[in-house]
Design a protein around this ligand. Structure first.
Ligand code: NAG
Ligand code: NAG
Ligand code: NAG
Ligand code: NAG
Ligand code: NAG
Length: 192
C-alpha cells in the first residue's frame, strides 16, 4: 500500500516536471536558426517588367480619390494631402487588354507642398505563373513629372520573403482629357 502511494507520487512528480519543461520550452522567446532550415539557399536577383494602369475615369475606375484635403493657395497646385486608393491592373504589355500579371493595391497621396511628389504605399499582388499569390511591398517617393522615378521595394511575401530592391517607373502614356495613365515599371529584386 505505502509502496504504491510512493510510486504514484513519483509518477505525479515526473509528469509535473515534464509539463514544466514543455511549458519552459514553448515559452522561449527567441532561438537561432540556420538559413537552410527555412529552405533559404542562394539569394538571386530578378528583373520584372510590367505596365501599371492608373484608371481614374469612367465606371471601371481602379484609382479612386478617397480624401480631398482643404485647399489653400499654397497647396492648390499640388493637391497636397489628397489620398487615392488603388487596385490597378498590372499587365505584360502597355495595352489594357494585354495579359494580367498582377495588381497594385494600396494608396498614393500628394506629400509635397511645392511640386507633384507622391508618397506611394502599395503591394504588387502577382497572379502570373509561380508568382501567383506572392507580393512585393513598395514604399517610396514618386515625383510624377520626372522621366524616371525610383521607389524602394521594402519586402515581400511568398516567393519574395526577405526580398529587397527597387522599382523604376516611367510614364508610358497619359490621357490629358480623362487623367488615365499607363506607367512602365522595371523592378529589380533580390530574393531567395
Ligand atoms: C544565437 O547566436 C548568437 C551568436 O552565435 C549567440 O550569442 C546567442 O546567444 C544565440 N541566441 C540564442 C537564443 O541561442
Ligand atoms: C466596365 O466593365 C464592364 C464589365 O467588365 C464592361 O462590360 C464595360 O465595357 C466596361 N466599361 C468601360 C467603359 O470600360
Ligand atoms: C489666395 O489667392 C487669391 C487669388 O490669387 C487672393 O485673392 C487671396 O488673397 C489669397 N489668399 C491667401 C490667404 O493668401
Ligand atoms: C492563382 O491562385 C488562385 C488561388 O490560389 C487560383 O484560384 C488561380 O486560378 C491562380 N491563377 C493562376 C493564373 O494560376
Ligand atoms: C482619352 O480619354 C478620352 C475621354 O475619355 C477618350 O475619348 C480617348 O479615347 C482617350 N485617349 C486614348 C488615347 O485612350
Amino acid at each position: 500500500m505505502a509502496k504504491s502511494i510512493s510510486k504514484n507520487v513519483t509518477i505525479i512528480f515526473v509528469v509535473f516536471l515534464i509539463s514544466f519543461l514543455v511549458v519552459a520550452e514553448s515559452q522561449k522567446f527567441s532561438r537561432n536558426l540556420s538559413q537552410r532550415s527555412l529552405g533559404l539557399k542562394k539569394e538571386k536577383l530578378s528583373h520584372f517588367r510590367f505596365y501599371f494602369h492608373d484608371i481614374v475615369s469612367g465606371p471601371n475606375a481602379t484609382a479612386i480619390r478617397i480624401v480631398e484635403a482643404t485647399r489653400t493657395n499654397r497647396t492648390a497646385a499640388t493637391g497636397f494631402g489628397d489620398i487615392t486608393m488603388i487596385d490597378n491592373p498590372l499587365t505584360i504589355g502597355p495595352e489594357r487588354t494585354s495579359r494580367l500579371v498582377g495588381r497594385a493595391q494600396g494608396i498614393y497621396t500628394s506629400a509635397s507642398l511645392n511640386e507633384m511628389g507622391l508618397l506611394m504605399a502599395m503591394n504588387y499582388v502577382f497572379v502570373e505563373g509561380k508568382y501567383n499569390g506572392s507580393t512585393l511591398s513598395i514604399l517610396g517617393r514618386n515625383p510624377v513629372m520626372s522621366a524616371v522615378r525610383e521607389m524602394p521595394i521594402v519586402g515581400g511575401s511568398g516567393l519574395f520573403r526577405f526580398s529587397r530592391g527597387y522599382a523604376l517607373a516611367r510614364t508610358h502614356s497619359f490621357n490629358m482629357s480623362n487623367g488615365d495613365a499607363v506607367v512602365e515599371f522595371n523592378v529589380y529584386v533580390l530574393h531567395y
